[in-house]
Design a protein around this ligand. Structure first.
Ligand code: AMP
Length: 284
C-alpha cells in the first residue's frame, strides 16, 4: 500500500493505472463500518483508493472539528490489512490551497431538512471537498454509507448535476451488537453515554414496528403522530438525551408525506452530552 499526501503524487500513481479506480472517501478514525465500505470496494475488483481527511468546511462554528478523533497510525494499519492500494492523507493546503476559494458550490435540494436544518453549511462543505477529491482521484466508482443517508442523496445529486462520470454505491449501515450505528464519534462517548446511545436505533425501530403493525392491520398511521410518540417514547426511556430530530421522510426526495409507508425512512439525530449521533432505517 502506498500512503501519499500530495495531490501531484497521487495523480502520478493513478496515471499508470488501467484498472477501474474505486474510491472510499472518509474522515478517518476508521471502524468496522468503514472497513465494510473498503471490503465492498475490494470485491468490485479494481484499484482501491481510500482518503482520510477531516474536512473543516463541513463543520459549523461551535461543532466538533477540534475534538474529531484523528488516528492516522491505526487508520493506516486498517487500510493495509484490508488490501487498500493507495491511502491518500492530504492536509488542508493540499485540498484548499491558499484557503480562499473564489468558486463555491451550494446545494439546494435536501438543504433545509434533517441535518441541513441544524447544520446549514454542512452539505455545502461536503460537496466542496468531494468535488476536489473526485477531481484528484477521478474514480470510476465511489462508495458511501447509508448511515449518512442524506449525504448519500446529496452525493448522487452532485454527481448527476455536475456530470461526474462516477457510479455511486450506497453500503448498508454496520452496527454494534446492541444496534448502535458505528461512528467515529462513538469513541467520544463516556461509558455511561455509550450505554444510552442505542436508544436512537431503538426509537427508529419503534417507529418501524408501528409501521409494520399498521400495514398488517391495513391502517394508515399519520407520520406526525408516529414522530411525536417516538420522541415521547425516547424521552421516557432516556430523559437526558437531547433530540435534534426524529422524522419520517420519503426515500428519494426527503419530503414529508401524511402516512407511514414503505417508501419512507425514519431518521433521527440526538445529542448525548457533547456527542451528536445520527441514524436512519427504511420502513419498507
Ligand atoms: P466518515 O468518516 O464518517 O465521513 O464516513 C466515511 C464513509 O463511511 C461515509 O460514506 C459514511 O457514510 C460511511 N460510514 C460511516 N459509518 C458507517 C457505518 N456504521 N456503516 C456503513 N458506512 C458507514
Amino acid at each position: 500500500m502506498q500512503v501519499v499526501q500530495r495531490v501531484a503524487d497521487i495523480r502520478n500513481i493513478l496515471k499508470g493505472i488501467s484498472e477501474k479506480v474505486i474510491f472510499v472517501p472518509t474522515m478517518g478514525a476508521l471502524h468496522a463500518g468503514h472497513e465494510k465500505l473498503i471490503q465492498d470496494a475490494k470485491e468490485l475488483g479494481g484499484f482501491v483508493v481510500v482518503s482520510v481527511y477531516v474536512n473543516p468546511t463541513q463543520f459549523g462554528s461551535g461543532e466538533d472539528l477540534l475534538s474529531y478523533p484523528r488516528l492516522a497510525e491505526a487508520d493506516t494499519a486498517i487500510c493495509e490489512k484490508n488490501g487498500v492500494d493507495v491511502l491518500f492523507m492530504p492536509e488542508t493546503k493540499d485540498i484548499y490551497g491558499d484557503g480562499k476559494p473564489q468558486i463555491r458550490l451550494t446545494i439546494k435540494s435536501f438543504a433545509d431538512v434533517l441535518c441541513g436544518k441544524d447544520r446549514p453549511s454542512h452539505f455545502n462543505g461536503v460537496v466542496q471537498v468531494l468535488t476536489r477529491l473526485f477531481n484528484i482521484v477521478k474514480p470510476d466508482v465511489a462508495l458511501f454509507g447509508q448511515k449518512d443517508y442524506q449525504q448519500l442523496l446529496v452525493v448522487k445529486r452532485l454527481v448527476s448535476d455536475l456530470l461526474f462520470p462516477i457510479e455511486i454505491i450506497g453500503v448498508p449501515t454496520v452496527r454494534e451488537k446492541d444496534g448502535l450505528a458505528m461512528s467515529s464519534r462513538n469513541v467520544n462517548l463516556s461509558l455511561r453515554e455509550r450505554e444510552i446511545a442505542p436508544i436512537l436505533h431503538k426509537t427508529l425501530q419503534w417507529i418501524k414496528s408501528k409501521a409494520e403493525t399498521a400495514r398488517f392491520d391495513r391502517r394508515a398511521l399519520p407520520i406526525e403522530w408516529a414522530e411525536d410518540e417516538a420522541k415521547k417514547w425516547l424521552k421516557t426511556h432516556e430523559p437526558d438525551v437531547e433530540i435534534d430530530y426524529i422524522e419520517v421522510l420519503n426515500n428519494d426526495d426527503l419530503t414529508k408525506g401524511q402516512f407511514l409507508a414503505s417508501n419512507t425512512h425514519a431518521f433521527g439525530a440526538i445529542r448525548i452530552g457533547k456527542t451528536r449521533l445520527i441514524d436512519n432505517i427504511a420502513l419498507d
